[in-house]
Design a binder for this molecule. Structure first.
Ligand SMILES: [Ca+2]
Ligand SMILES: [Ca+2]
Ligand SMILES: [Ca+2]
Ligand SMILES: [Ca+2]
Length: 579
């Protein structure tokens, strides 16, 4: 992820073509569609109308008429909202929604399969992010490309030097996913991302056992989601110093590469500074992998558990080594100015790693009850992973060998979820995501996915359909029922993001961006860091978005924003209530 202004960004301002135009008050719909028997919401801002119509897309025939409800003022976008609720209309087909006066939505479908393709795509996106392999046309279609970054020649950076691996020593660290719009590989951000894919499998194993992604490993003995995660885990395991068990923060060039294809980005890559959060994230992922791959790749599962325990021991001896890129650069050469992923607090990583190790080994010495009992939980992010430990503990609390306080753990999870869900019941968009300004940060769409992921777990626990419906409204948000009206997932929806900050999509000469990628989303706080404030259509939090390559603060993609979308869409499909 880019947080530093690069000279390349400025060079691209010249070809900007999509200047902001005043928004037309069109009805916003989920541009992929709606399940027949579940809630269906569309919103329209700033209209006088009181009636809406569902029309068949081809014939224009009116199939349903309803009254618009007052939604009130949506503060993050400044819009006065009217809501069209057409949940009672259940007939499969392709439609548009028109409000009295003529404003008409994009086309949408009502049907049972509306999310099938996007559910595969948000996971297949990881295949497109693979380092150290060519993407063949058979699997990648028109986005086929040459191999990038074999990563056989990684240099130990001065900050990571030890007696056995001194500065400048070369080691091999292939595979893994590119983190984001750039080509570097970051352990910390891999933490929540890899976890979320493995946890999706732990939650919905039957769904993923049937899924075929059309990746090179489709048809082997391993579910494709686990093949994909293994591509990253096999890289990660090389990021541990074999001598002492500490884990390097990242594998990176000193500076960001230009907007070129991966095979043309050939600057020297370094392994940089071991630290506590990276090492504990690694311990957590490897401990989780040890149980998830036990039946599929037993040899890897064994190595993963050994690696996890060794990492834990390093962190016990080094509880407070934090990655501070600026002070590191004052001390060492070359300066490293790529994504910092600096974290000021490793207590959440410690709780998470301990929880995963305890669940996998049954050894209570890893477990900390105070790590959840006395804590307030918040929706997780790459640097705030305490809730990941809670998710795993709740999920495994049915395992009687572990003797966990199931009731207490569930209360904590429900408390976190209910703050979002109860506010959504009267919110103008009826969505548990985005009803106040605090939701709009860097990577807000990743946050949306994580809100949806938390809520779906509440549905699994309680069976109360209000949680399923709330999670569904997060999917609606990502696919068009939001203030900008964009579908934020590349390749899906009529009005979809096209110009993501992603080097292959920028450099490949193909108009359509690589599909299945979740754009970062509205973020009012960093406009002047990339494109400049004057380029953005609005400073209002929910409208502070620009579908332009220059906007890495709102339109980049990353592995940790796609991961909760994988959980959300696969969970919506796997758990869909029977009528
Ligand atoms: Ca497979
Ligand atoms: Ca320096
Ligand atoms: Ca942390
Ligand atoms: Ca392109």
């Amino acid at each position: 992820m880019e947080k530093v202004k690069g000279f390349l960004i400025l060079a691209f301002l010249g070809i900007y073509s999509g200047l902001a135009v005043a928004q037309t008050p069109l009805p916003k719909v989920n541009q992929l569609g709606y399940y027949p028997d579940l809630p269906k919401i569309s919103v329209t801002p700033e209209i006088e109308a009181s009636v809406f119509y569902i029309k068949e897309a081809t014939s224009g025939e009116v199939r349903f008429t309803g009254e618009l409800e007052e939604g009130g003022l949506n503060i993050p976008s400044g819009e006065e909202i009217k809501i069209a609720d057409f949940s009672d209309f259940k007939e499969p087909g392709t439609y548009v929604l028109e409000v009295e006066g003529g404003a008409t939505s994009h086309e949408f479908v009502i049907g049972n399969e509306v999310f099938e393709n996007v559910t595969d795509a948000v996971l297949k996106a990881y295949y497109f992010m693979r380092a150290s392999t060519p993407l063949d046309e058979e699997f990648a279609g028109k986005w086929a490309r040459a191999e990038g970054h074999p990563d056989q020649n990684i240099m130990i950076h001065a900050s990571a030097a030890t007696e056995s691996r001194p500065e400048g020593v070369i080691f091999s660290s292939p595979k893994g996913w590119y983190d984001a719009g750039d080509y570097n590989k970051y352990v910390v951000n891999s933490g929540i991302s890899t976890y979320t894919l493995l946890f999706s499998f732990e939650q919905f194993p039957d769904y993923f056992k049937k899924q075929r992604l059309n990746i090179p490993e489709s048809g082997n003995h391993i579910p494709d989601i686990l093949d994909e995660a293994l591509w990253n885990l096999r890289w990660l395991i090389t990021m541990q110093d074999p001598e002492d068990g500490g884990v390097y923060h990242k594998l990176t060039t000193a500076n960001f590469e230009g907007a070129v294809m991966p095979e043309n980005a050939n600057s020297q890559r370094y392994a940089v500074m071991k630290n506590t959060p990276a090492t504990l994230d690694f311990a957590a992922m490897m401990a989780q992998a040890a149980r998830v791959y036990k039946d599929y790749e037993p040899a890897f599962a064994d190595s993963a558990l050994t690696a996890a325990k060794k990492a834990w021991l390093w962190a016990e001896k080094n509880p407070d080594v934090l990655y501070r890129q600026n002070s590191m650069n004052q001390q060492y050469e070359p300066d490293i100015v790529t994504g910092a992923y600096g974290d000021r607090n490793a207590s959440d990583e410690k709780f998470w790693a301990g929880a995963e190790l305890y669940i996998t080994t049954g050894d209570k010495s890893y477990y900390s009850e105070s790590g959840w009992k006395s804590e307030q939980f918040s929706i997780p992010d790459w640097n705030d992973v305490r809730a990941l430990g809670l998710y795993s503990l709740v999920h495994h609390s049915k395992n009687s060998d572990l003797n966990l306080n199931q009731k207490g753990l569930i209360e904590k999870l429900m408390e976190m979820v209910d703050t979002h869900v109860s506010a959504s019941e009267t919110a103008p968009y009826r969505s548990p995501f985005g009803h106040d300004d605090s939701y709009f940060m860097w990577g807000s769409n990743g946050h949306a996915g994580n809100v949806g992921m938390a809520i779906l777990q509440a549905y699994q626990i309680t069976g109360d359909e209000k949680y399923y419906d709330a999670a569904l409204h997060v999917a609606d948000y990502l696919l068009g029922v939001n203030p900008t009206g964009y579908s934020y997932i590349t390749g899906y929806g009529d009005k979809r993001v096209m110009n993501i900050h992603h080097r292959p999509s920028e450099a490949d000469g193909i108009e359509e961006p690589v599909p299945g990628l979740v754009s970062g989303g509205p973020n009012p706080r960093n406009m002047n860091q990339d494109c400049g404030e004057e380029m953005y259509p609005s400073k209002l939090p929910a409208l502070a978005f620009l579908d332009n390559w220059c906007s890495y603060s709102t339109n980049e993609i990353t592995i940790n924003w796609n991961a909760p979308a994988v959980f959300l869409f696969s969970g919506l499909e796997a758990l869909r209530p029977e009528d």
